[in-house]
Design a protein around this ligand. Structure first.
Ligand code: CTP
Length: 447
């Protein structure tokens, strides 16, 4: 008996897949089809797959060509499968020509003709509502957005606006499909949604104007610097039936989310202490050091270390004390200590002080250690008294990481979800309240 194996995602199963499976089956007597798992696809940067693994397996089964269906879940699995199932022929479409020659050592590799004119990518593009996104504020941060948006389906970046016309025109020159707009209102007329990367103090009014125009909003962190403003804006978004989301990229990072759910499941016991820090020494002439532009370490960086603390321990801390080293009225370093009923958490941020930038979550059974840059999580360890139980987890972090938050934002817009479990509205409000406490210098001490 000749055994053939082939692999694919088989999203939105189409004629190209069916032809390929038929041709693969004709090569032998028994066809094994490997269908990628959802996490494997995400791990290799395929973020747009529409059908989940069960739907894709069912679709392959329905073609009638597969004698056996298996799940592909890790790099290198093809070699294991070929040996495990005694496979004679490995078949794949000609778009992969040459890329699987290394398997010749284990089975005969056959590249089958690909069906022209159809692909899952094409079908996804045809069936997705295209959300038109405008960029507000064309500085350094905004420059990362169009490239990252390109790898997510369902949106296109069509327009931009900045008070500074030079910055706006240079942005439009760099990304030539993005149209510069003379006013914010003109931009809002062009788009369905905005990504706000304007200076912190402009966020509140930019968001409010966009929400009143019934546009969805993804706003860079810190979204606003007052709890009441955050609350008001979330209510306004809901009244106007649009999505408002704070763009905290760590909140959408797959590895960070995996760590959070593992800890919530009790893998290190009850959490008693969290220490999170982050620092970046910057040129002191920048806006980050300008008090009139809400500069300073807490506003600039605070949302990141606050995220694991609030996510794991919640918003009901008993008290929060802030200690800062100030220079020209901005904090170049801030340490915060939050006391909960049964835990104490602390964070450190620095623009003019360098700290070790790690995240340590201590529990009654063990602790999680995430080295710097933990906010771009791609690796963490769980450590225990018995070192034999220690575990290391590795993940892939693609690009500057905005793609994960863009994907979630577009998914919320398309599916009319007004809140994301990755960053709850109450969590954004809590962060804004902490920014406000600092601004009002409550429970504050200069060091
Ligand atoms: N395939 C094919 N003809 C097509 C599309 C896919 O023969 N028009 C083959 C691929 O070469 C592969 C298998 O079908 O052997 C599964 O491919 P998959 O990556 O799931 O399909 P695509 O449509 O190429 O998906 P995407 O656009 O997401 O890359």
């Amino acid at each position: 008996m000749t055994k053939v194996i082939t692999y694919g995602t088989y999203d939105l199963l189409h004629q190209g897949h069916i032809n390929l499976l038929r041709r693969a089956k004709e090569l032998g007597d028994y066809l094994i089809v490997g269908v990628t798992s959802d996490s494997f696809d995400r791990g290799r940067g395929k973020l747009n797959v529409r059908n989940n693994v069960l739907e894709r397996v069912e679709a392959v089964k329905a073609t009638g060509y597969a004698d056996e269906i298996i799940i592909e879940d890790y790099i290198g699995q093809k070699i294991d499968d070929i040996q495990k199932y005694n496979v004679d022929i490995f078949a794949i479409g000609s778009d992969w020509e040459g890329q699987f020659d290394y398997l010749n050592e284990f089975a005969k590799v056959v590249y089958l003709p690909r069906t022209e004119g159809v692909s899952s990518t094409m079908l996804r593009a045809e069936t997705t509502n295209n959300v038109k996104v405008g960029i507000v504020g064309c500085g350094r941060v905004a420059h990362r957005f169009p490239g990252e948006a390109n790898v997510v389906s369902g949106l296109s970046v069509t327009a931009c606006y900045d008070l500074d016309a030079t910055a706006m025109n240079s942005f439009a020159d760099t990304f030539n499909t993005v149209k510069p707009c003379p006013t914010y209102e003109a931009l809002l007329n062009e788009v369905d949604a905005v990504y706000i990367a304007a200076p912190h103090l402009a966020h509140y009014s930019c968001i409010k104007t966009a929400l009143n125009a019934r546009k969805h909003v993804l706003c860079e962190t810190p979204m606003v610097l007052k709890g009441a403003e955050a609350k008001e804006l979330f209510e306004l978004a809901e009244q106007n039936d649009v999505v408002l989301m704070e763009a905290n990229k760590t909140a959408h990072c797959p590895a960070f989310n995996h760590l959070m759910v593992m800890i919530k499941s009790g893998i290190i016991g009850e959490v008693v202490d969290i220490e999170a820090s982050l620092s970046q020494l910057l040129d002191k002439s920048g806006r980050e050091f300008d008090v009139n532009q809400a500069g300073g370490a807490l506003f600039e960086q605070g949302s990141y270390p606050l995220l694991p603390i609030i996510r794991l321990m919640g918003c009901d801390y008993k008290n929060l004390n802030l200690y800062s080293r100030m220079e020209n009225n901005v904090d170049i370093y801030t340490k915060g200590v939050l006391c909960y009923d049964k835990a104490v958490c602390s964070f450190k941020v620095g623009l003019g002080v360098k700290t070790e930038g790690n995240l340590v979550i201590s529990g009654t059974k063990g602790y999680a250690y995430v080295p710097a840059p933990w906010w771009l999580t791609d690796y963490f360890e769980l450590r225990y008294e018995d070192q034999n139980k220690n575990q290391k987890f590795f993940y892939k972090w693609d690009g500057p990481g905005l793609r994960y938050e863009i994907q979630e934002f577009i998914s919320c817009v398309v599916n009319k979800r007004f809140s994301t479990a990755r960053l709850r509205r109450r969590e954004s409000i809590c962060m804004a309240e902490i920014m406000q406490q600092f601004m009002e210098r409550k429970n504050f001490m200069e060091i």
